[in-house]
Design a protein. Structure first.
Length: 486
């Protein structure tokens, strides 16, 4: 972490546009605006302590008495080469009628309006409060990227208490100790991932645009497929395997909607990857998958499903991204009865861990069904970001557990109390049960299958965590019940 220690604090700005324009250290370099991260939370959760920790100096006043910070305070911070403006704010108490708290709330609202990323700070030593829940609802309503940090987790026991904040429905809680620096680096990694100014190969693309990585072993037609989708020869195509070395971004429009297509180098077997160009091509391919919302796993239909196809598909599955399987070169498949069925049987037998994926048959050379591929991308992209209302989710859970109750454990009646969706991209759910005993894997698989049966989620993996009574968490292997991980 580093900052320019000569940067003075920003003046108290009441206009949102002024706050964005007059941040210390010149928030605008030329025409490029620095992204703003606002630390928000109820009073006395340690916002100023975290602010000082991130910027690397004592600029904000810290005191145990709530309400010390009243105005907005800005400073420039840097993490892993990414620079952003950090805003410290006063304690937010939504809908308060006290005059001082109303003034503080106004200042916090101004900081929120100018922010690109919100960092919600809560207290591990207290647990979720009604004010935390009100603040969470307020921040969720903005639609801005939101990172949840649980402060004062000074030791392992308190870090475990951070799990209680899953109940806010904001995704993964990050336990930290702002006073001691514990976990702050991991927290900043999460914040940086949400910054709109993080370079994406020199191109900034709106979040609504699906990012689609095209992956596969060498010479299965990835670049031909991209050119066919783009309607022009955007990337070099050659019969020689290994022509593509870098991950190449191409912004295309299909049926009036934009898509960012990321062509990648073909992934060879590990034993054939040297420590030169191909080694770095493989690293870039892995990075491209993690930049994507949807991964097109391209397979040469004429060659069948090879061991290398399985390895590439496993990489896509393990990334947690949405997946569309593309059987390319379908024009070379015999039209004899049973050939297509035999291919399907082989595919699903070898890729049984991707049973949730959708399969499309294309020919990049002839253009067959390529123009329809974007519809499959759209369905998977929508499911990747889909949210299920908590009431609807729990109606489904009640019907499922009534039809098939959990088995008794050591003579004790087991109940799944309720469920909540804690994140999207990828889809993440937490189920709460009334026992400290591990729920059998077979029943966790049942919950997973019922979730998919009731809500679909074509093309995307589902991650289920079980939260046990008194906050006890299962071992890591039991925590996530992803499709294909059975």
């Amino acid at each position: 972490m580093s900052t320019n220690s000569s940067d003075p604090p920003a003046p108290d700005l009441s206009a949102p546009q002024a706050a964005a324009a007059e941040l210390p250290g010149s928030a605008h370099e030329g025409t490029e605006r620095r992204p703003i991260v606002a630390i928000v939370g109820r009073p006395n959760v340690g916002k100023s302590t975290l602010f000082n920790r991130i910027i690397g100096r004592r600029q904000a006043i810290v005191d145990d008495q709530p309400g010390v910070t009243r105005d907005r305070l800005y400073a420039i911070a840097e993490w892993t080469g990414h620079t952003f403006a950090l805003a410290d704010t006063g304690g937010l108490v939504p809908e308060s009628t006290l005059p001082l708290e109303q003034l503080i709330n106004f200042q916090v609202d101004q900081a929120i309006e100018t922010a690109d990323v919100l960092l919600l700070l809560v207290d591990a030593q207290v647990g979720p409060s009604m004010i935390d829940e009100a603040v969470a609802r307020k921040l969720q309503a903005t639609g801005l990227p939101l990172v949840l940090a649980v402060n004062k987790a000074d030791h392992a026991t308190l870090a475990q208490e951070a799990n209680s904040y899953w109940a806010l429905g904001l995704g993964e809680p990050h336990p930290i100790s702002a006073a001691h620096g514990r976990g702050v680096g991991d927290l900043l990694d999460a914040v940086v991932r949400e910054l709109p100014g993080v370079p994406r190969h020199g191109r900034e693309v709106p979040r609504a645009v699906p990012r689609v990585a095209i992956v596969g072993r060498p010479n299965v037609g990835k670049s031909s497929l991209l050119n066919s989708l783009a309607g022009e020869d955007t990337v070099i195509v050659s019969p020689q395997a290994g022509t593509t070395r870098d991950a190449t971004d191409t912004l295309v429009e299909m049926d009036g909607r934009s898509y960012l297509l990321i062509d990648t180098a073909g992934l060879r077997r590990k034993g054939r990857i040297s420590h030169g160009v191909e080694h770095y091509s493989a690293l870039r391919t892995a990075a491209a998958i993690h930049r994507a919302d949807v991964v097109l796993v391209v397979i040469d239909a004429a060659a069948g499903v090879t061991a290398q196809d399985v390895r590439v598909a496993a990489m896509a599955a393990e990334s947690g991204r949405g997946v569309v399987l593309v059987a390319n070169k379908w024009d070379l498949i015999s039209t004899e009865a049973g050939v297509s069925r035999a291919f399907d049987e082989e595919l699903w037998r070898k890729l049984r861990f991707l049973q949730y994926a959708t399969l499309e048959r294309t020919s990049a050379v002839t253009g067959r069904r390529v123009t329809k591929l974007h519809r499959a991308i759209d369905r998977v992209h929508k499911n990747y970001y889909r949210r299920i209302p908590t009431a609807e989710l729990n109606r489904s859970l009640e019907a499922s557990t009534r039809r098939n109750p959990p088995p008794a454990l050591r003579g004790k009646h087991v109940r799944v109390l309720y469920a909540t969706q804690v994140g999207v991209a990828p889809q993440r759910f937490v189920y709460f049960v009334n026992t400290r005993l591990n729920l059998p894997e077979s029943y966790r698989r049942f919950l997973n299958n019922r979730l998919r049966a009731d809500f679909g989620f074509e093309g995307v993996p589902l991650q289920i965590r079980i939260r046990y009574r008194s906050g006890r968490q299962p071992a890591p292997a039991e925590r996530s019940d992803e499709d294909g991980a059975q």
